[in-house]
Design a protein around this ligand. Structure first.
Ligand code: 0X9
Ligand code: ZN
Length: 485
C-alpha cells in the first residue's frame, strides 16, 4: 500500500516529456525533404494548402522557425492524451475498451459477428485481433472486404471509425438495405489495432504520440515495411533505425506486418481501407512513386463518389500530402504479385484536429465516424461488383442457360453480356438493384443454341451495384455488375 502511493507521488513529480504538434505554413515543395533530412517527425501534411505539421518536444517548438516565417504551436491535446484521459484514451477506445467492444458485439450478434481471433502476435507478444462479420444468408462465395486501423499507434481516430462501422452494420442489419446487403453479400474483416504495443504505451503512461512499433532499438514504421517496392528509394522511407519512417531491416520483417499480410493473402479481399489520421484525405496507390495504377479511372471515380459528402481530398499521397512513401500497406494490398489477387485498397486519413483532438469531444468523434461511415459503406457495396477483382468469372451454369460477366464493368453508357443456351428458346432479362427491385426489364427474346451477345440498358441507371438476371425454360442465371457515373 505505502509502496503504491510512493510510486504515485513519484509519477506525478516527473512530468512526461510533452510532445507538441507545430503547423508550419507557406511551405514550398522542397520543404518536406529538408524536414526529413533533419530527422523531423512529420505528423501530417497538406500539399495543396501548403502546410506541414511536425511533432516536436515541448521546449523545442521554436525550431519550426527554421523552415518558415509562419508557424503555429497547436493545442497540447492535439498531440497527446491529457493526464485525465490517460489509461482510458478519453473519447477514443483504449486497448481494453476495444477488447470489450468486439467481444460484446460478437456475443450480442453471434449470427453476424464471429468471435474475435488472433491473426498473429506483436513484437511484445500481444495478440493482433481480427473480427469477421457476415450474415448466414447468401451464396457460398461471398467476397471479402478488409478494414485496418492503428498501424501508426498515435492514430486512434481510425480505430473509432472501424468500431462505429461494425456497430452500425450489426445494429442495422435487417432494417437498413445497405447494411443488410453488405452482410448478406460480403464478409467484412476488421483488424482494429495493428500496432497494440505502442498504442498501449501511447495511452498509458506516456499519453504520447509514438508512431512506430516496439522493435529494438527504436521501432519500425509499419507503413514502410510492406514488401511491394520496399526501399525503392529514401523518400518518405528511411534506412536509419532512429528515423520516424524507418522501414525495417528487410521487407515484411515485422510480426505486425506479417499478421496483416497473412490475413490479406488468406481472404483475398476485393477492396478495403487502411485507416490513418489526420488531414481529411482519401488516398490511392501508388504511393511509392506517385504513378497511376491500371485502375486509376476506377479509383478516381470511386474516390469522387466516396467523398461526395465529406469533401475529403483525393489522390495519391505524393499529390495530396506532398511526399511519396514506399513499403506502405495500400500499395502492397493493391498489388497482385504476392499471395492475393489485386484489391481495390485505399487509405483514409481522418479529418480531425491532430492525433488526439477528439479525446474530450465525443460529439466531434461521432461526426468523424459518420463522415467516414459513408465511405466504408460505399466501398463495400461497390468493390464486390467490380469484375476482375476477386469476383468469380460469370455465374455458374444453371440448368439450360448461363450468363457470362457483364462488360464493360463498371458500365456507364452501354453494356452487354454473353448468354449461353443449351437449346434454342425464349429468355427474359431483368436488371435488379441491391434491394432486389426490378429497375429495368427487357422484352423477351428468343436465342439460338450456344452463346449470344445481349445488350443491357444501363444509361438510365444511377451509380450502384446491380444484378443482371436471365430466365428461360424454367432456369435462371445471374451476373453482378456496377454502374459508375
Ligand atoms: O505516411 C504515411 O504512412 C501515411 N500518412 S500518416 O500521416 N498517417 O503517417 C500516408 C500513407 C499513404 N500512402 C499511400 N497513399 N500509398
Ligand atoms: Zn498513419
Amino acid at each position: 500500500m505505502r509502496f503504491g502511493s510512493l510510486l504515485l507521488i513519484l509519477a506525478a513529480a516527473v512530468p512526461a516529456s510533452a510532445e507538441r504538434l507545430v503547423r508550419i505554413f507557406d511551405v514550398s515543395p522542397g520543404t518536406l525533404d529538408v524536414l526529413a533530412a533533419d530527422g523531423m517527425d512529420i505528423a501530417a501534411a497538406n500539399a495543396r494548402e501548403g502546410w506541414i505539421d511536425v511533432c516536436l518536444p515541448d521546449r523545442e517548438t521554436g525550431r519550426a522557425a527554421l523552415y518558415s516565417g509562419r508557424y503555429d504551436v497547436l493545442p497540447v491535446e492535439w498531440g497527446m492524451l491529457t493526464d485525465e484521459n490517460r489509461g482510458n484514451a478519453g473519447a477514443y477506445y483504449s486497448w481494453e475498451e476495444n477488447n470489450a467492444f468486439w467481444a460484446t458485439l460478437s456475443a450480442e450478434h453471434s449470427d453476424l459477428v464471429d468471435t474475435p481471433v488472433s491473426i498473429g502476435t506483436s513484437v511484445q507478444g500481444r495478440d493482433i485481433m481480427m473480427i469477421r462479420m457476415s450474415s448466414t444468408v447468401g451464396g457460398a462465395y461471398k467476397p471479402a472486404m478488409y478494414f485496418t486501423a492503428l498501424t501508426h499507434a498515435r492514430e486512434p481516430g481510425g480505430n473509432a471509425c472501424l468500431i462505429d462501422f461494425a456497430d452500425w452494420l450489426a445494429t442495422n442489419y435487417d432494417s437498413d438495405t445497405m447494411a443488410t446487403w453488405i452482410l448478406d453479400n460480403t464478409q467484412v474483416y476488421f483488424v482494429p489495432i495493428v500496432n497494440p504495443d505502442t498504442y498501449i504505451l501511447n495511452c498509458n503512461p506516456m499519453g504520447g504520440s509514438a508512431r512506430k512499433n516496439q522493435s529494438p532499438p527504436d521501432g519500425v514504421d509499419l507503413n514502410r515495411n510492406y514488401p511491394y517496392q520496399w526501399g525503392y528509394d529514401d523518400e518518405g522511407s528511411s534506412p536509419d533505425p532512429y528515423d520516424e519512417t524507418y522501414r525495417g531491416p528487410s521487407a515484411g520483417s515485422e510480426p505486425e506486418t506479417q499478421a496483416v499480410m497473412n490475413l490479406i493473402d488468406s481472404i483475398d479481399p476485393v477492396g478495403g481501407i487502411h485507416y490513418h489520421t489526420y488531414g481529411g484525405y482519401l488516398l490511392r496507390p501508388f504511393g511509392y512513386n506517385n504513378s497511376n495504377t491500371a485502375d486509376e479511372a476506377t479509383y478516381a471515380a470511386w474516390s469522387a463518389a466516396m467523398t461526395e459528402y465529406n469533401g475529403y481530398a483525393c489522390g495519391q499521397c505524393g499529390d495530396v500530402l506532398g511526399y511519396n512513401a514506399n513499403g506502405d500497406a495500400v500499395d502492397w494490398t493493391y498489388w497482385n504479385g504476392g499471395g492475393h489477387p489485386r484489391c481495390m485498397a485505399m487509405t483514409v486519413e481522418c479529418d480531425e484536429d491532430g492525433f488526439w483532438g477528439n479525446q474530450s469531444d465525443p460529439s466531434g468523434l461521432e461526426a468523424l465516424e459518420e463522415e467516414c461511415r459513408y465511405m466504408n459503406i460505399w466501398i463495400c457495396m461497390m468493390a464486390p461488383g467490380f469484375t476482375g477483382i476477386g469476383e468469380q468469372e460469370g455465374a455458374p451454369v444453371s440448368g439450360g442457360l448461363s450468363v457470362g460477366p457483364v462488360w464493360p464493368n463498371p458500365a456507364s453508357v452501354s453494356a452487354s453480356a454473353s448468354v449461353t443456351m443449351v437449346s434454342p428458346g425464349l429468355v427474359g432479362l431483368r436488371v435488379l438493384d441491391l434491394a432486389g427491385r426490378v429497375v429495368s426489364e427487357m422484352p423477351g427474346m428468343s436465342l439460338q443454341e450456344g452463346a449470344s451477345q445481349v445488350s443491357i440498358p444501363v444509361d438510365g441507371l444511377p451509380t450502384g451495384v446491380y444484378t443482371l438476371e436471365v430466365t428461360g425454360q424454367g432456369f435462371g442465371a445471374a451476373s453482378r455488375f456496377a454502374v459508375l457515373r
